[in-house]
Design a protein around this ligand. Sequence first.
Ligand code: SD4
Length: 327
Amino acid sequence: MHRRKFLKNSSIGTAGILSAPALVSCSEAPAANPVTTSPGPVVVCTWDFGNATEKAWGVLSTGGSALDAVEAGVRVEEADPGNQTVGYGGRPDRDGRVTLDACIMDPEGNCGSVMALEGYVHPISVARKVMEETPHVILVGEGAARFAAEQGFETQDLLTDASRAEWEQWKVEAQYKPVINIENHDTIGMLALDVNGNIAGACTTSGLAYKMQGRVGDSPVIGAGLYLDNAVGGATATGMGEEVVRTVGSFLIVELMRQGRTPQEACEEGVRRIMEKNKGRRDFQIGFLAINKAGETGAYCIHPGFSYRRFDGKGHRNIPSESALKS
Ligand code: SD4
């Protein structure tokens, strides 16, 4: 049942509605400006997720929609136990529970999100169902899990032996306190521009390792971890979600592009705003990635070492972000 039909049928009507793959490091010195020009189709994602971009490209190159492409693309990482920041095999919270966050946005500006979802490998697909099958945008925790079950998703234990062993070790070493870690990476944010010039985006994560139970970062928050305006472009984020939420990072980047900045310039400004608020503190990581309607892409990160994948008609490239701060 699609959203419109749900609204029509619903008794509530309109009331109140609303390890990972190797991280390709770049040098301390800024790399070549990664802005590239090419009309769609094109797909980009945070970090070095070649299989995910290839999957999305398979959809885009056969005329599929940007929305189908980003969902299919990020599902690859959700299913990969080798990526311990996303989906199956994700690192648990400090109580040993794997809780997943994801959101998705389509070219019409519809969006869906799940937060702290447990027991389902593909939170991105549950988020899409929230978008398409309910009058709501966000479902959390038990409510999200119940909805997933109603939609026919299969439950699965997401805590792998590898993640459990690391967690046990962390409890000993960290004395059961959550840690701030600049190495919080491998969340996948993906943006696609399809053959019709439409943009969609998806973002999915298990969040910060050993977070407090119930903690939610930026990744499932529309405007923070992901945002797009089909007339302008899209943006997504990875890193310390609290900082991205504080600056509504992805929304900011899209608005900066609306005002004429390139994706690269907008990402740099997004990082600068966060640095400004933190007065030079550098014990966390933030990476932004953006695309505009012309298929130009850009990325920027507080620390060197951020890269992103771009797949377009000219092939599959891994582009180091211009990560080092200029000042
Ligand atoms: C979060 N932004 O939950 C996520 C973490 C992340 O790669 O990006 N990890 O804050």
